[in-house]
Ligand binder design. Structure first.
Ligand SMILES: O=C(O)CCC(=O)C(=O)O
Length: 197
């Protein structure tokens, strides 16, 4: 199934709910949960040091150092499974990526607050390709103040690929809220191109 554009003003967001078949998504979830070097890192939030409510890992080409929320991430060398996914995601999106941030949401208590992926090293119009494995969680998009649009909630199912590009990060914030529903782990891979500051 090709990527389908979502109708969001001042943004370019596309979704393919069937990028990976369910069996392949399940096999990759098991493989990557075990093979990735997961860390739970402290970040600075409103001047205070707090633990991130999720596990993360950063893989990529050697030059793809990434800084966010006061953290400096030096890439781990690509795992074969991640290299293969990168090639498929590049073919599907027509974009180039040199790194991937992996997020592991162990349960409904794990989350990511509203933010934009607009760090200087992603350039003026970041292209982010986000692949979901594991439990379905709701991904929320909210316009920044002054952008005349309504927010959007998207249930992201295993095997789905979401692409954000163009002016999306300039005009919109996104989040993965906590849920009280009992849910299993969700693993998310966001492929990025770090171009230097
Ligand atoms: O887990 C997700 O779907 C969102 C991840 C995200 O927002 C990010 O890595 O910047």
């Amino acid at each position: 199934m090709p990527l389908q554009p979502l109708l969001l003003p001042a943004a370019e967001v596309l979704l393919d709910t069937g990028f990976l078949a369910p069996t392949e998504a399940a096999a990759l979830l098991a493989e990557l949960t075990a093979a990735v070097l997961w860390q739970q890192q402290p970040i600075r939030l409103f001047g205070k040091e707090v633990m991130q409510p999720r596990m993360t890992a950063w893989y990529g080409d050697p030059e793809a150092t990434y800084r966010y929320s006061g953290l400096r991430l030096d890439p781990l060398p690509w795992l074969p499974a991640l290299q293969q996914l990168r090639a498929r995601v590049e073919a599907a999106t027509g974009a180039r990526f040199n790194s991937v941030l992996l997020n592991l949401y162990r349960s409904g208590h794990d989350s990511m607050g509203y933010h934009a992926d607009n760090e200087p090293e992603l350039g003026p119009a970041p292209v982010i390709a986000s692949l979901t494995l594991g439990a379905t969680r709701t991904f929320r998009l909210r316009p920044r103040p002054g952008v005349p649009a309504h927010g959007l909630s998207l249930p992201l199912t295993a095997g789905s690929l979401l692409l954000m590009r163009g002016p999306t990060q300039q005009n919109w914030l996104h989040a993965l809220p906590k849920t009280a529903r009992p849910v299993g782990p969700r693993l998310n891979l966001t492929f990025r191109l770090v171009v230097g500051r």
